[in-house]
Design a protein around this ligand. Structure first.
Ligand SMILES: NC(=O)c1ccc[n+]([C@@H]2O[C@H](COP(=O)([O-])OP(=O)(O)OC[C@H]3O[C@@H](n4cnc5c(N)ncnc54)[C@H](OP(=O)(O)O)[C@@H]3O)[C@@H](O)[C@H]2O)c1
Length: 362
């Protein structure tokens, strides 16, 4: 292991605090080639652009796209690549334009659009980072993707405010995205019915104190939602499951004049075999809303709205502090290649995807 040296010797004086001592290199859990197992590698501390913040990572969370991207490098990340798209940690270096917003030693949470969070250090853009306040480090690492996806869907793109006091059906309400969606709906005054299949998922839904829980593996989802809503259907339906079997049920329980929020691009949803959802929803006289966090990274029309996502992250901290939003962490993976590989495999099998699974990077 190389001796730590003051980073300032390696960087322009404007870019990094004079007080921090950092290693020249750090450990990262990388994919050498798509489809190969995770391996521990050393990376060099990166040079900072003016809007960059260097973070020493405490925790990063696993999102469904991580095991997917480990198998197929659809974003063409340069090899070898490090996954992990959200984190909590401590600010250890600042680009010249970041010094008003943050200082060295600040405890923050955030996201990286280019991955690299299953590592000891990451460089993230100032606009994608917020102070974590009273949120503990493990919980804080879960907001950058799963929570933000639910927030973007319901608060920014969907019209959750207009459904106050009405029913929402959250398909997959114990998943990473779903358990945030259910809580956001509750704190906007909606009555929440959520579904899950695994025993551990159903236990989490009990803990979340939803108004009604459906075990989709044993119960008839359509019948349950219809009974609950007096045959009218749910005014708001949120389906982040990417499964054809769920789409087939969720599309037919949306109420006339209601809203159906579907997550993901046309291509992603088509891969799940669900091209017909839109026509079913519209045939029921409801509005189809398509939500996709990824478009804020790739579409200039959405990129200019990034500040609204950052406000969403600040809102998460405030909701946590007021006791209204609690990420459910169901497992913590050590900073070890075999352990992360195992967690990826379990995610793809669907055995560990209850609430959030985090990686302890510190
Ligand atoms: N486009 C975007 O912006 C974006 C952003 C984030 C995530 N995503 C995608 O969104 C999806 C969800 O992500 P996630 O992190 O929440 O995944 P996750 O943690 O695996 O959650 C999926 C949930 O779906 C439930 N489920 C599976 N089949 C179901 C069915 N027929 N009916 C009801 N529930 C069902 C599962 O419950 P049981 O395990 O109990 O069966 C599980 O809790 C993933 O495909 C992810 O790639 C997209």
């Amino acid at each position: 292991m190389p001796e730590p040296v003051p980073l300032i010797r390696e960087r322009p004086a404007s870019a990094v605090s004079q007080e921090i001592t950092l290693p020249i290199s750090f450990r990262a859990l990388a994919i050498e080639q798509a489809g190969e197992a995770v391996s521990m590698q050393r990376k060099s501390i990166m040079a900072l652009h003016e809007d960059d913040v260097l973070i020493r990572i405490d925790y990063a969370s696993i999102n469904k796209m991580d095991p997917g991207l480990a198998r197929v490098n659809v974003f063409n990340f340069p090899l070898p690549y490090v996954l992990g798209f959200d984190f909590s940690g401590e600010v250890v270096g600042l680009g010249a334009q970041c010094q008003e917003a943050f200082k060295v030693g600040d405890e923050v949470l955030g996201r990286s659009l280019t991955g690299s969070c299953f590592a000891e250090y990451v460089v993230a853009k100032r606009e994608n980072i917020v102070h974590r306040g009273a949120v503990p480090a493990p919980e804080a690492s879960t907001y950058g993707v799963a929570y933000l996806t639910a927030y973007e869907s319901l608060v920014m793109t969907g019209g959750i405010e207009q459904h106050r006091g009405k029913w929402i059906y959250v398909a997959g309400a114990a998943g990473g995205v779903g358990h945030f969606a259910a809580q956001i709906a509750k704190l906007h005054g909606l009555k929440v019915v959520g579904s899950a299949g695994k025993a551990a998922s159903l236990n989490l839904l009990k803990e979340l104190e939803l108004d009604h829980v459906i075990d989709y593996s044993k119960q008839d989802v359509v019948q349950e939602v219809m009974n609950l809503t007096g045959g009218k259907g749910a005014d708001l339906v949120y389906d982040s499951t990417y499964t054809q079997s769920s789409y087939a049920q969720s599309a037919v329980v949306v109420a006339r004049g209601g809203e159906y929020i579907r997550l993901g691009t046309e291509a992603q949803v088509a891969r799940a075999g669900a091209n017909d959802v839109q026509s079913v929803v519209e045939g029921r006289g409801a509005r189809m809303v398509i939500s996709d966090l990824g478009r804020y990274a790739r579409d200039p029309l959405y990129q200019v709205q990034t500040a609204k996502l950052t406000d969403g992250l600040k809102q998460a901290v405030s909701w946590y502090e007021s006791g209204h939003l609690k990420p459910a962490i169901t497992a913590t993976v050590p900073f070890d290649a075999a352990a992360l590989q195992q967690a990826f495999g379990d995610f793809l099998k669907g055995t560990n995807n209850v609430g959030k699974v985090v990686v302890r990077c510190a």
